[in-house]
Ligand binder design. Structure first.
Ligand SMILES: Nc1ncnc2c1ncn2[C@@H]1O[C@H](COP(=O)(O)OP(=O)(O)OP(=O)(O)O)[C@@H](O)[C@H]1O
Ligand SMILES: [Mg+2]
Length: 285
């Protein structure tokens, strides 16, 4: 499973490779984190069409040299859109891992500098890194930039940032990938959309995918659902994959601490109720 040691994981390699992480000139804070990823496409439970497209992107990027021989480039600029907890960030990890290159996650908090004009220069530093080093650059929660455009004070600065972002995406000539993820795609400028070679739309899992997620996550925790899980898909309508991952972890924690082995209907029902409570609290906030 994604978070388990056997199958997946993130390893911070920022400090021990030749990858030099750029910093914000004003605050000195790093503009990105660099990790080596251990995730496989099988970690993802998604609609078959989406899996196929991810596999295709991996295949193209994994065979970049063969394409370049013919003057062609793989699909390198990918936009991932969809609700929270549906696997956008995890997919970018799978892409990096499957192509065998590091993941450079841009930190918007430091990218958007307190110093006027510095943000554009920070962005340039990121793209310079992306040209120098073959990697997947992830602009996660990309809407942070788009949304800031509504803020009138920031408007001029952010507009400039977006247009330099678009120029840099256009002229990107590296061998890696530029991935942006958002759950507010409607906030993005159509001009931004056009820059991407492919746009993948994520959705919350359907009933059979929810059952599949339950089996997968429990297996990663060394358990297997039996008859007690029969109503699970029905009880979790509208839940995201991340919600289901959390339910499984909650349930296993409770079951382990109570000295029980395996999955019990009572623990599962409790964990579902806990997640419902959490979701209500989030909506209320
Ligand atoms: N499609 C999926 N298949 C398997 N596990 C998933 C999937 N989507 C999410 N998860 C689980 O939920 C966790 C969080 O998912 P992820 O961070 O990829 O969501 P996201 O779409 O990026 O959400 P956000 O919009 O909030 O950033 C993952 O690490 C994984 O454990
Ligand atoms: Mg994410």
């Amino acid at each position: 499973m994604p978070s388990s040691k056997q199958v997946g994981g993130d390893l911070d390699i920022g400090g021990r490779t030749e990858i030099e992480i750029p910093i914000d000139g004003e605050s000195g804070i790093p503009l990105a984190t660099v990790t080596e990823q251990y995730h496989a496409i099988g970690d993802l439970v998604l609609d078959g069409g989406l899996i196929e497209r991810l596999e295709y992107i991996i295949e193209e990027n994994g065979n970049i040299d063969r394409l370049l021989e013919y003057g062609l480039k793989p699909k390198q600029k990918i936009l991932l859109c969809g609700p929270p907890g549906t696997g956008k960030t995890l997919s970018s990890k799978v892409l990096a891992s499957s192509v065998g290159i590091p993941l450079v996650r841009v930190e918007f908090d430091s990218l958007i500098s307190s110093l006027l004009g510095e943000t554009g220069s920070n962005l340039r530093k990121i793209f310079e890194l992306a040209e120098r080093t073959r990697c997947v650059v992830l602009f996660d929660e990309f809407d942070v930039v788009a949304k800031s455009r509504d803020d009138t004070q920031e408007h001029g600065e952010m507009k400039r940032v977006i247009s330099s972002f678009m120029q840099m995406v256009d002229s990107y000539n590296g061998r890696g990938m530029i991935v942006a993820a958002t759950n507010h795609q409607h906030l993005l400028d159509p001009a931004v959309w056009r820059r991407f070679d492919d746009i993948l739309l994520y959705e919350r899992p359907d009933a059979s995918q929810r059952s599949e997620l339950l089996v997968k996550y429990l297996a990663a925790l060394g358990a297997r659902p039996g008859a007690e899980a029969r109503g699970f898909a029905r009880q979790t309508a509208g839940f995201s994959a991340a919600d289901i991952a959390r339910i499984c972890e909650d349930m296993m924690r409770r079951s382990i601490l109570a000295g029980r082995r395996g999955v019990r209907g009572e623990d599962l029902a409790w964990a579902i109720a806990e997640q419902k409570r959490r979701k209500r609290a989030m909506r209320g906030s």
